[in-house]
Structure formats: structure tokens, C-alpha cells
Design a protein around this ligand. Structure first.
Ligand code: FE2
Length: 376
């Protein structure tokens, strides 16, 4: 099956057989869910809404569900060293284990993907409690990551069976939805996973970047963006490219020990306010060289940027544009000690790209960080 998929024809056709409604939630497996919850609650302003653990009858793991508008994160850590979550954490550190997708029919989604070559993680199943029936099925994607299909149309509980509502006050920072989630895969595997998302998941190729577009003196990568039928779910796939020194993707793979989610990009409607608030709360962002801002007014001559360029410079926000408009974006430092997953904050004013015009400046900033870590 694997070889057939590598040999698969170029991505051309679109067949939206999954009918994904949205990203239901992103499930992180972490070393200490309680403290990770505190970080997302206090630093990012996510509201903790549900808990599962010993007190709710869950003897295996502690789990917190947090929400910021349309974004739902689940953070889990295990009670026992023999648990799968503990093994995952020992090998990979904190990371995204499941990207859960809301569908009409989990059996149909499972059948449609497995019959097209997906590896099963679990067959369609129902979990019940007094709030109804929670239906899921799951398949494997790159690395250890799963896509879980979720149907909560017959479920009225706060999240899923075994979870109980919790009451926490949160101060939101303006993060409203997931824009895209990027996967890092091994050298030579990008097209394999592009074909997987096309053939198995019915996604189409939105955009590709080659290594000469996104390389610096040292670090290079290749990237292709896959999107589902309604355009709500976008998964860029990165692979390392040959450079003089170690690609940022290789550094990720070295520390995560397997392909995995590189970053989650979240939408704000006011990036200046959001980034200012996140910085006040201790979130650290990458800073591109100052020369980026010296040439920015010239670069944006043709673009009617509404935001204050002085604030953009002060906060280290990046700007890119295309025929349809512009976008503002910024990238955090890694969220854990291993240089693995990070987040992006993005505000779109028409532009549908991913900031290719910023890649060079960004990679130079990243290389400085890699050098400080002794990983370049
Ligand atoms: Fe991104």
C-alpha cells in the first residue's frame, strides 16, 4: 500500500467524500496536563470547560478541555508509566496526538478512508452516558498522529462521556478559530502525504512552495498545502530540503523523534491587541531582523494596510500580501523545552496564502535560535 501511494499520480481531482464540517478539537498528549491547562488558560486565555480524571471515574488519564471561541484543545496526561500516553510523552515530549474532524457519519468517513488505503486506528464506536451518544472512528496519518472522526449530533454533554463540566473564568486574547495546522514529515515524504490527503481524505492541493522559494543560506524546506472540499480545513505538509546546515524541519524531527504537528495557526480579528496581550502574559515570539521593518513600507507600497506600522514593528508582526489582499502573522517560540511544536497567530485581510513572502526573514530568525541551541 505504501509504495503504491508514493507512485500515485499527481494531485488533480477533487472528491470531497468526507464532508468535513470543521476541526472538532486538537488533542495534545503532554507530561503534565494540569500545568499545560494553566498555560493555555492563563497565557492564551482559553477557557477550561471540561475535565476527565480520577474524580470522574477515568482511572487512566487526566484530561482538560479548553475553548477559545471556535478553537477547542484537549490536554491529557496519564496516571501510570505503562500507559500509551506516558510512552508517547517519553519519546516525543508534548505534542499533538489527534486532530479530530467533525463529520456527519463516522462509519462512512471510516469506510471511505480505510477503503482508500488509510490505516485504521479504531473502528466506529459509540460511547454513552446520560447526555447521549458520542460517536467516533479514527485513522492514522503522518508520524503518530491520528485523525479522529467525531459525530456529536446525538450528544448533549460538555465534551464526551467521562468528562464533566468545570467552571473557570478566562480572559480571552482574541483567538477565534484554527486557520491551518502544519505537519513536518521526513525528507522525501512530502508528496507521499500530499497524495494521502488527496486520495484518502479527498483534499486538494492549494499551494506549493519549493526549496528555492523558502531557503536561506543554511536552512531549507519544501511545503505543499492541502485543503478539504469546503476550504475550512487546511493542512500544509513540510519536508526538509538540502541546505548547507540543518533544516529547521530536521531539528524538529530530531527532537520529536517522528513526523508530527509543527504548528497550529490561529486566527485573530485584531492581531495588534492579541499579540500585545499574549506578550504581556509571557508568550514568547520569534523576532525577525530589524532590517525587515526598514524595507517594509517600501514592500507594502501597493497595499493598503489598515494597521499601524509602528505597532507592527514594535510587536514583531510580519506582513505578506497577494492579489486578493494581505495578511499579518507572527510565530511563537516552541511551546515546550524541546524545539518542536509552536503556534502562529494570523489575521487575514483577503489574502489566502501562508506568508511565503516572510519565509526568508523568518528562517533567518529561526536559524539564530537554532544556533543558540547548538542545532545548526
Ligand atoms: Fe503557518
Amino acid at each position: 500500500m505504501v509504495d503504491q501511494m508514493i507512485e500515485a499520480p499527481a494531485v488533480t481531482q477533487e472528491s470531497d467524500h468526507l464532508q468535513i464540517k470543521s476541526i472538532d478539537h486538537v488533542h495534545w498528549w503532554v507530561g503534565n496536563a494540569k500545568q499545560a491547562m494553566y498555560y493555555w488558560w492563563q497565557a492564551f486565555g482559553f477557557k477550561p470547560v471540561a475535565y476527565s480524571g480520577l474524580e470522574t471515574g477515568n482511572r487512566r488519564f487526566a484530561s482538560y478541555v479548553l475553548q477559545s471561541d471556535n478553537i477547542r484543545f484537549v490536554l491529557s496526561s496519564a496516571y501510570r508509566p505503562t500507559d500509551e500516553i506516558s510512552a508517547h510523552h517519553m519519546l516525543h515530549g508534548d505534542g499533538v496526538k489527534m486532530i479530530s474532524l467533525e463529520v456527519e457519519d463516522v462509519a462512512q468517513a471510516y469506510q471511505a478512508t480505510v477503503s482508500r488505503g488509510a490505516m485504521s486506528a479504531w473502528e466506529p464506536r459509540e460511547e454513552r452516558d446520560e447526555y447521549g451518544v458520542y460517536r467516533t472512528s479514527a485513522i492514522r496519518t503522518y508520524g503518530e498522529v491520528l485523525h479522529v472522526f467525531v459525530d456529536r449530533s446525538d450528544y448533549q454533554g460538555v465534551f464526551a462521556p467521562s468528562y464533566k463540566a468545570i467552571q473557570f473564568e478566562a480572559k480571552p486574547t482574541g483567538l477565534v478559530a484554527i486557520d491551518h495546522m502544519v505537519g513536518n514529515v521526513e525528507l522525501g515524504k512530502m508528496n507521499y502525504w500530499v497524495n494521502f490527503y488527496n486520495r484518502v481524505m479527498g483534499f486538494r492541493l492549494l499551494q506549493g512552495f519549493s526549496d528555492d522559494q523558502i531557503s536561506t543560506e543554511y536552512s531549507a524546506l519544501m511545503s505543499k498545502v492541502m485543503s478539504n472540499g469546503n476550504g475550512r480545513v487546511k493542512f500544509p505538509i513540510n519536508e526538509p530540503a538540502e541546505g548547507k546546515k540543518k533544516s529547521q524541519i530536521e531539528e524538529y524531527l530530531d527532537y520529536y523523534m517522528t513526523p508530527g504537528v509543527q504548528h497550529v495557526a490561529m486566527i485573530t480579528k485584531d492581531i495588534i491587541a492579541t499579540v500585545r496581550e499574549l506578550k504581556n502574559r509571557g508568550v514568547e515570539f520569534l523576532r525577525v531582523p530589524e532590517t525587515y521593518y526598514d524595507v517594509l513600507p517600501d514592500r507594502l507600497k501597493e497595499v493598503n494596510v489598515k494597521e499601524d506600522l509602528a505597532a507592527i514593528r514594535e510587536l514583531g508582526i510580519l506582513v505578506d500580501y497577494d492579489d486578493e489582499g494581505y495578511l499579518l502573522q507572527i510565530f511563537s517560540r516552541p511551546l515546550q523545552d524541546r524545539p518542536t511544536a509552536f503556534i502562529e497567530v494570523i489575521q487575514r485581510h483577503g489574502a489566502r496564502g501562508f506568508g511565503a513572502g516572510n519565509f526568508k526573514a523568518l528562517f533567518e530568525a529561526l536559524e539564530l535560535e537554532q544556533e543558540r541551541r547548538g542545532n545548526l
